[in-house]
Design a binder for this molecule. Structure first.
Ligand code: UDP
Length: 426
């Protein structure tokens, strides 16, 4: 079985936590590696963003990253990338022809790659499995500014993919329901298969050692949030909640520490994007600039330190199709407070493996954080249940389900093509 995985606008090797690289990149990398371990051959095609990238990079057993030039050799607005999609598709075809390989399944990620997948299907006659990772219509339903609004073109392509892809993978039943409600998708074409977590990387660790490694005092009340600097992540609500807690407990001013992981750190203000500048303005306005720290994007292997050191990991997003960072935090045995939205509301069982609050409600967020900070027994219960919950999402089981879907689609596809041959002969 040979799979062409398409991740056009962002590479699985991109620096995570920046504006354009997060859960989808991790998903593509981890799924491909796990499939590779199962003997499936996976080529991940991406648009090269640098002049010097090698075309082929090995990513582990059976997995190759194929970086192809199409358009400028630099990061580029993903909406404008559509212009270069025909060039990208023809380079993918040239690569496959040059190697004399054909693919059994095309697995595309994000609407842009989906558009490329439908074009490649015509050539390769291979079934398309598509995963959206986020839905434009859902992002628009929580957008607060023009800048955040997704284009009609994107929504139209998403709608077409829901109609034409051989299968769509939704990360949660809610994700599937949103496709049905907002796009009129046919539910029977959508499979619900959750995202996975690397349980070897993310597991409970030694809190004191993690704090020492991060230079966090043992008596600090440490609140952590991990995510790209995007308004959707709701980090402003966490900053407001921290200010509220300090107003209610003036003695906590010396101990409370909010650590935001993602974006750029304190030494790089010139590189902060508009959201990070907005968060900076907010922490100053609320008089808690010293208590809110921008840790910058961290390599994923360092994240267990943050999840383990934290008293509370917050996931205050307005929308999250799945929410990998929260799942990683659970796997590390963190006490998590998350918004009651999207995948977060399904991964976290409220009051068992974490606490759920309405999105954009800093009073509720502060109240639940306060409960964890002041009730050690509750914190211990949540932490233990969190580890149990995350154990249900190990990659081997998830990859097995994706591989079974590939098998099913290739069998159906073979039947369709042999039937067509029969018709032509008769
Ligand atoms: N991540 C990381 N370093 C960072 C910030 C994020 O490695 O500084 C990773 C994190 O481990 C998670 C992913 O990026 O796997 C973010 O996925 P999530 O689903 O939480 O959010 P998305 O980026 O998809 O909106």
């Amino acid at each position: 079985m040979r799979i062409a995985m398409l991740s056009v606008h962002s590479s699985p090797l991109a620096r995570l936590g920046g504006k354009e690289a997060g859960g989808m990149n991790v998903y593509v990398r981890e799924l491909a590696r796990e499939l590779g371990q199962r003997g499936v051959l996976v080529d991940i095609f991406t648009r090269s963003q640098e002049r010097e990238t090698p075309t082929v990079t090995a990513l582990g057993r059976g997995v190759r990253l194929i970086s192809l030039h199409a358009g400028p050799a630099a990061p580029y607005d993903k909406n404008l990338l559509l212009t270069y999609l025909p060039e990208f598709v023809s380079r993918v075809r040239c690569f496959a022809d040059g190697e004399d390989v054909s693919y059994d399944v095309i697995h595309s990620h994000y609407w842009l790659s989906g558009e490329a997948a439908l074009r490649l299907r015509r050539v390769w006659r291979a079934p398309v499995v598509h995963m959206f990772h986020t839905l434009g219509a859902m992002k628009n339903s929580v957008a607060r500014s023009e800048e955040e609004v997704e284009t009609n073109r994107r929504i139209a392509i998403e709608r077409r993919l829901m109609r034409e892809a051989d299968a769509v993978v939704a990360a949660t039943p809610l994700d599937r329901a949103q496709m049905v409600w907002h796009y009129g998708a046919d539910a029977s074409r959508i499979r619900v298969i959750p995202c996975g977590v690397d349980l070897r990387r993310f597991q409970p660790g030694d809190r004191a050692a993690a704090r020492a490694a991060l230079g966090v005092p043992h008596d600090a009340m440490m609140l952590v949030c991990v995510g790209r600097m995007e308004p959707l992540k709701g980090m402003d609500a966490l900053i407001r909640a921290a200010a509220r807690l300090i107003r209610q407990h003036p003695a906590w001013r010396e101990r409370l520490q909010v650590v935001l992981v993602g974006g750029e750190d304190e030494t790089q203000p010139a590189r902060w994007n508009s959201e990070q500048r907005r968060l900076d303005g907010l922490r100053r306005e609320l008089g808690i600039a010293a208590q809110v720290q921008f840790a910058g994007a961290q390599p994923q292997e360092r994240l267990p330190l943050y999840y383990t050191a934290a008293d509370v990991v917050a996931a205050p997003s307005h929308y999250e199709s799945f929410g990998l960072a929260a799942l990683e935090a659970l796997a590390c045995g963190a006490a998590v407070v998350a918004s009651n939205v999207g995948g977060l509301a399904l991964t976290i069982e409220d009051r068992r493996s974490g606490l759920l609050v309405p999105p954009d409600d800093d009073a509720a967020l502060a109240a639940q954080i306060e409960r964890i900070l002041t009730d050690a027994a509750l914190a211990a219960r949540l932490r233990a249940a969190a580890v149990q919950r995350a154990a249900e999402y190990g990659w081997p089981a998830i990859a097995r389900r994706i591989a079974a879907l590939y098998d099913e689609l290739t069998a159906a596809n073979a039947a369709i093509w042999s039937a067509r041959r029969l018709v032509r002969v008769s």
